[in-house]
Write a protein that binds this ligand. Structure first.
Ligand SMILES: *[C@@H]1O[C@H](CO)[C@@H](O)[C@H](O)[C@H]1NC(C)=O
Ligand SMILES: *[C@@H]1O[C@H](CO)[C@@H](O)[C@H](O)[C@H]1NC(C)=O
Length: 188
């Protein structure tokens, strides 16, 4: 188990990094369960109540905070989610923390496949909505041609979009690395 004293620090760290990457990409990192993290909840509706306070859109990420071995994350069908079954497991994650990007709209279902954790309420259903693509950082191209008929006017290069995803990827790598460090530190 991650020592309880470490969880708030991890949460703050992830929330901060999530804020940074969220701003640059207009997508959010949702730390599942907030500062409680991903473990057996105090009651059966804990994660349902958590999800009800959030809005999820395509491109957002779920951040499951847990120590490898103590928990895991299985993505399953609606039917499996209801029954804590495992006849249709679409994704399995064993290395905490797990970051899942919500790539498609609609419902997504997860639970911890360790022991009877799912039966104890360690399960999460999220409804993912679509959203318009975030506005590009470059000014609208029409602005460049206003008041100018000059055919040789330089077209703004589309490249400014690239560093954004690069920054986000770096953010995630950093986030994973820092979390791994903290978790490791907690074990020694
Ligand atoms: C479940 O637990 C959470 C956290 O302790 C609490 O806020 C919530 O009210 C509880 N829900 C029910 C239905 O008891
Ligand atoms: C498994 O789940 C996926 C996604 O929820 C669904 O599209 C597919 O039909 C399911 N397959 C079976 C055999 O239930």
């Amino acid at each position: 188990m991650v020592p309880a004293s470490l969880v708030p620090r991890l949460f703050l760290l992830l929330a901060f990094l999530g804020f940074l990457t969220g701003v640059s990409e207009a997508h959010k990192n949702h730390v599942v369960g907030g500062s409680f993290g991903w473990k057996i909840p105090p009651n059966l509706t804990f994660y349902k109540e958590w999800a009800a306070t959030k809005t999820f859109v395509v491109g957002d990420r779920l951040v499951f905070l847990y120590r490898s071995g103590a928990q895991n994350v299985l993505e399953v069908s609606a039917e499996d989610y209801k029954r804590c079954g495992s006849s249709n497991v679409t994704n399995m994650y064993y290395i905490g923390p797990t970051i899942v990007e919500l790539e498609t709209p609609g419902s997504h279902f997860f639970y911890s496949g360790v022991g009877l954790h799912c039966e104890a309420g360690q399960k999460l259903a999220v409804d993912v909505g679509t959203t318009a693509p975030p506005p590009p950082f470059v000014a609208d191209e029409s602005l460049y041609s206003i008041g100018s008929d000059d055919d040789t006017a330089q077209t703004p290069a589309p490249s400014p979009v690239k560093p954004v995803s690069g920054a986000a990827t770096t953010g995630i790598a950093l986030l994973a690395a820092l979390s791994a460090c903290l978790l490791h530190a907690s074990l020694v």
